[in-house]
Design a protein around this ligand. Structure first.
Ligand SMILES: Nc1ncnc2c1ncn2[C@@H]1O[C@H](COP(=O)(O)OP(=O)(O)OP(=O)(O)O)[C@@H](O)[C@H]1O
Ligand SMILES: [Mg+2]
Length: 414
């Protein structure tokens, strides 16, 4: 993320809409580029203070808005290019007459975008400038990270336990940048599970989304000793009231630009903000116990979840947590009841897990255990380094379906 080796840039624009769009484009590109100077005066009013500031920070990249005065803007670009020939410009402004456009090119403005500029055009120009400057591909051109959303249709199923420990396993397994996000709408618990005291939450990120850059984003994120990073959830009820589905889309989109894996813990809620996370997920981890109330809830909500998650529901992985061999409901029963194969089974280890929560030490770090082993298999599969199980629907009615009083499974799913 942002650091001392970030490439310095300057932003010169009187237009708050453009300035905000640029910050967002920079943040979502993940490019290690920092806006070291932001000049908001009209070009004609720039004085020695601004010029010496630009000399001091010696930006390699300049975002220049010519809207106020294209002629002076082109002259100014010429002046700036002469003092550092390596310098790149991304300029925006009105449609220029061919002659002035030619002068702009000669002045070193190789990328000129007539306003209004779309976020996509701006991101593409940013990528081009980053490439020309040889900025490493941490951001520029980088593929967005994978988004795994843990969700359950019954409280207490182990969603937070699985999300937290899975993030630790993924990070350990792959060494890749892994972020755990607590998208709980009421009281976030992930920080507690990691033994961290978070200074900020995703609500702070939401409030400042309009001026987000890599540096600001990094300041909202906590580091855990395991290597996993955390964006915490709200500390008090009511804090997430301002969060909308659109806000969640934007936040998760931004985070995926900066991390290889984003693991999201959710609350058991069908609120639009939670559904927005499922919609965007690469994989939804549907955590359940093999008990009647849980299976009944899955049965009732699966068609809705499949529609929400998209891709015909094939990105939903059914994870049976706290499974005991002696459970009266077998895995076959689970499959035939909900009409979906079980993707992973996580062992029941109550004592060790409660201890790990109470001491703030994820069990994934603590010791070898059946639960950890099971989680490792799931983690490897999600990271694409393990065996892939076949997922899909199962045919015949299981005995438990009668017990649940459910009708024909195929009909219920169409
Ligand atoms: N595999 C497991 N074996 C034994 N106990 C478990 C296991 N997974 C979770 N638990 C226990 O279940 C309880 C609930 O876990 P957790 O808080 O992760 O569930 P949740 O679905 O996030 O709950 P909530 O709905 O409150 O958010 C905890 O006490 C935890 O110790
Ligand atoms: Mg929870």
């Amino acid at each position: 993320m942002a650091g001392e080796r970030d490439t310095p840039s300057a932003l010169i624009s009187t237009d708050p809409v453009f300035r905000s769009m640029l910050r967002q484009a920079l943040a979502s590109s993940g490019c290690p580029i920092t806006i070291s100077s932001e000049i908001t005066q009209p070009l004609a009013q720039m004085g020695p203070d601004q010029v010496s500031e630009l000399k001091r920070i010696n930006p390699e990249l300049i975002f220049l808005d010519l809207e106020q005065d294209p002629v002076i803007g082109v002259q100014f670009a010429h002046f700036l290019a002469e003092s550092n020939p390596r310098r790149q410009f991304v300029a925006v402004g009105p449609v220029l007459q061919p002659e002035l456009l030619m002068q702009a090119m000669r002045a070193g403005i190789s990328d000129y975008l007539p306003k209004p500029v779309s976020p996509e055009e701006l991101s593409a120009a940013l990528d081009r400038a980053a490439r020309k400057l040889g900025i490493p591909a941490d951001g520029a051109g980088r593929l967005p990270g994978k988004l795994f959303v843990a969700f359950s249709v019954k409280g207490g199923s182990g969603t937070t336990t699985v999300a937290t420990n899975l993030a630790v396993r993924l990070q350990r397994l792959t060494g890749k940048k892994t972020l755990l996000v607590d998208l709980n709408l009421e009281l976030g618990e992930v920080a507690l599970f990691l033994g961290l005291q978070a200074r900020f939450t995703f609500i702070d990120l939401l409030r400042n989304l309009h001026r987000m850059d890599a540096e600001l984003l990094a300041s909202y994120i906590e580091q855990h000793e395991s290597g996993v990073q955390l964006l915490a959830g709200p500390e008090e009820p009511g804090m997430a009231d301002a969060l909308t589905a659109d806000g969640v889309h934007q936040i998760l989109g931004l985070l995926r630009q900066h991390f290889d894996y984003v693991v999201v813990d959710t609350s058991t809620s069908f609120a639009p903000v939670t559904m927005a996370a499922l919609e965007q997920a690469n994989e939804v981890l549907l955590i359940t116990h093999a008990d009647l109330p849980s299976l009944r809830n899955i049965k009732r909500t699966l068609p809705f979840l499949e529609r929400t998650a998209g891709r015909s529901g094939d990105k939903i992985r059914l994870i049976v947590n706290r499974y005991l061999l002696e459970d009266p409901i077998s895995l076959e029963d689970v499959t035939s009841t909900v009409g979906m194969e079980v993707d992973a089974v996580l062992a029941n280890e109550y004592e060790a897990i409660v201890r790990s929560i109470n001491t703030g030490k994820p069990i994934a770090l603590e010791r070898k255990s059946k639960f950890n082993n099971d989680l490792g298999i799931l983690g490897a599969r999600l990271a694409g380094t393990g065996a892939v199980t076949k997922r899909g629907r199962k045919g015949p009615l299981g005995s438990i379906r009668k017990f649940l009083g459910l009708k024909d499974q195929g009909a219920a799913h169409e």
